[in-house]
Design a protein around this ligand. Sequence first.
Ligand code: T3D
Length: 263
Amino acid sequence: MSFETILFEKKDGYAKITLNRPDVLNSFNEVMHMELRDALKSCQKDEEVRAILLTAAGRGFCAGQDLGDRAVTGDEGPRDLSQTIEKFYNPLVRLIQSIEKPVVCAVNGVAAGAGANIALACDIVYAAQSASFIQAFCKIGLVPDSGGTWSLPNLVGMARAKALAMLGDKVSATQAEEWGMIWKCVDNDALMETTEELCAQLAQAPTFGLGLIKRAMNAAPTNTMDQQLDLERDLQKMAGFSDDYKEGVNAFLEKRKPNFTGK
Ligand code: T3D
């Protein structure tokens, strides 16, 4: 697949998607939205892809919406921003959440506005030491989108979520790790190697089971304990019928390394 605004490669059982508009800190224009969506959908369908790595080129991860496309001149009426949310940002976050394969995010630099919340929508988030997260929306009179008002309180608690959203303060990668906003902060030089090794490792894992784990975790914040117990029962039934469960148990009993096929 060849694209104008992203790079896409498949290797060692996973796909790597690199946002590639570094001059504008990889902020989103419509082409990048469409290309990222197409790349993610192809990963969703492709059985050879058992994990996805999302990262970006240059010194930033993503600065959210390309504000160059949002200049408000005297002649034009105000733009209805709900249209781009409905057409691009919401489907993107829903797609990341609905792909039943691990989506790893390697945040290589500043992640601002929708860029921050798209990173937080991924399953396992690593950030380089020099990266940061900024809920930049309030600085231009907007509301956090791309799931930020849902994921932030869930990740860091309401007190921090409200202050971050209303003040737009920069959160360093170290702080993000301490607060549980992300999984790990690593040295800048180690980010790509660490996340690529992780994705190669995930590509050997029981993908079907990992997809069910993702489904259960994503359902948890809006379920009661009772509903979650029922969901776990139903998902365990599905997992128990998988080839990988059979292989996992046999490998354990035979004291050998399992060979998971992802099915
Ligand atoms: O509109 C809708 O459809 C609704 C959806 C909205 C979703 C959103 O994401 S709204 C929030 C939009 N994003 C922002 O408000 C963030 C804007 N950017 C910044 O605040 C800063 O750039 C950063 C804090 C992210 C980084 O600061 P810094 O000092 O490291 O870099 P910089 O110098 O500001 O930016 C470097 C270049 O990238 C610069 O271009 P230049 O001067 O070198 O030619 C800058 O203009 C460009 N850039 C950065 N962010 C954006 C951008 N260009 C267009 N759009 C951007 N969002």
